[in-house]
Design a protein around this ligand. Structure first.
Ligand SMILES: Nc1ncnc2c1ncn2[C@@H]1O[C@H](COP(=O)(O)OP(=O)(O)OP(=O)(O)O)[C@@H](O)[C@H]1O
Ligand SMILES: [Mg+2]
Length: 349
């Protein structure tokens, strides 16, 4: 479990220390008081990436040049220092050159109000969902993804040049096919594992027998080399690579109908929650211990009964950091300390 965290020049906080408890930890406060920032600090400390920002520069407090995070997890000390020029990562006070040991310390699943975009939004959102999970369970995933993206970028840059030269473009076919093939295999396997877990979570959260099906919709067929060869004319016309894992998607079906088109808003939210819960279950199967759950403002229009049953549907033994604007809906005797944020300070706990 994450025992504590220290923030320095991170978002709105100049300096803050939080001691966490096992199970639920609630953070309440009015808008803009720093609730999401505390969850973000936990995510960045454990995963070196933010759940809400694709780059880390915006996390540096206005007027400062760097931020620093440190914290204790399962008896280890993690430290991360970030500035535009330098990143420093230390595990048990030893500076790390590779991230493997550091990143093994803790896993994270983030639930947010924007998760409904997993159902409604474009395919890149579902790929990011897969990537966030896969980089945490398979150390080979990130390097494979990066290599694929590098080959794709180079290829696309050549396709966009005023006079594309087929020979130069073809030089990137081999790395594109090699890393792309590996990426597809890893993603297909991951979706196979997620599918039954998401279906079970969906039944539990919706309290119905409605069937949620996840299907991999790959951006190329089993014969990627032929797909690539056959797409030459189209590539030159559209000036980009048109087949491959950068077009992968997950098809989401509720009772055999695409959830983006047919499911109600409440049903779409349930599907999104099921997808995130399934991520948590994959970690439990993989690591034998649950991930840290970051639960940011997901209660939206839910009534108090649903809010409480939603909290109950989360993996019981996981540590949870939960934000809300009030706690008036919480059942009597509900477990977990409540921290209140006001003007950059933390009250209670
Ligand atoms: N780099 C930064 N430096 C200083 N302040 C920042 C920075 N980035 C964001 N902020 C401010 O930090 C405050 C806290 O933001 P945060 O998203 O954590 O609030 P929140 O409590 O989650 O609010 P909400 O209830 O609206 O979700 C906001 O007022 C925001 O404007
Ligand atoms: Mg917030």
């Amino acid at each position: 479990m994450l025992a504590n965290i220290q923030l320095r020049n991170f978002r709105c906080f100049e300096s803050l220390r939080v001691e966490f408890f096992p199970g639920f930890n609630f953070f309440i406060g009015r808008n803009g008081q720093g609730k999401t920032s505390i969850l973000e600090a936990a995510c960045v400390l454990l995963r070196l990436q933010s759940q809400r920002s694709s780059t880390l520069a915006p996390l540096i407090r206005f007027g400062e040049k760097s931020f620093a995070l440190s914290g204790g997890i399962d008896g280890h000390v993690l430290e991360f220092h970030y500035s535009a020029l330098r990143r420093k990562v230390a595990f048990d006070e030893v500076d790390q050159r590779t991230l493997e040991e550091y990143l093994r310390a803790g896993r994270v699943v983030s639930f947010a109000n924007t998760d409904i975009e997993l159902v409604r939004g474009g395919s890149e959102i579902r790929r990011r969902y897969l990537d966030f999970l896969a980089t945490q369970v398979d150390p080979l995933y990130r390097p494979t993804l990066r290599s694929y993206e590098r080959a794709l970028r180079s290829r696309n840059a050549l396709l966009k040049s005023p006079q594309p030269r087929p020979r130069e473009i073809a030089a990137y076919d081999a790395p594109l096919l090699e890393h792309g093939g590996k990426l597809s295999t890893m993603r297909a396997r991951l979706i196979e594992r997620l599918a039954p877990l998401a279906a079970a979570a969906h039944r539990a959260i919706s309290e119905t027998e409605e069937e949620l099906v996840l299907e991999f919709s790959p951006g190329n067929s089993d014969d990627f080399p032929s797909d690539l060869a056959n797409s030459r004319a189209q590539e030159l016309r559209l000036r980009q690579t048109v087949v491959g894992p950068h077009r992968d998607d997950i098809r989401l079906l509720v009772e055999a109908h695409p959830a983006s088109q047919y499911a109600s808003e409440g049903q779409q939210r349930t599907v999104a929650l099921a997808l995130k819960t399934a991520q948590a279950r994959v970690f439990m199967a993989e690591e034998g211990k649950p991930p840290l759950l970051l639960i940011d403002d997901i209660f939206g229009e839910l009534d108090p009964v649903r809010r409480n049953s939603l909290l109950r549907s989360l993996p019981a033994d996981a540590q949870k950091l939960v934000t809300a604007t009030t706690m008036q809906w919480r059942e009597q005797g509900g477990e977990g300390p409540v921290f209140e944020l006001k003007n950059g300070r933390l009250i209670g706990g």
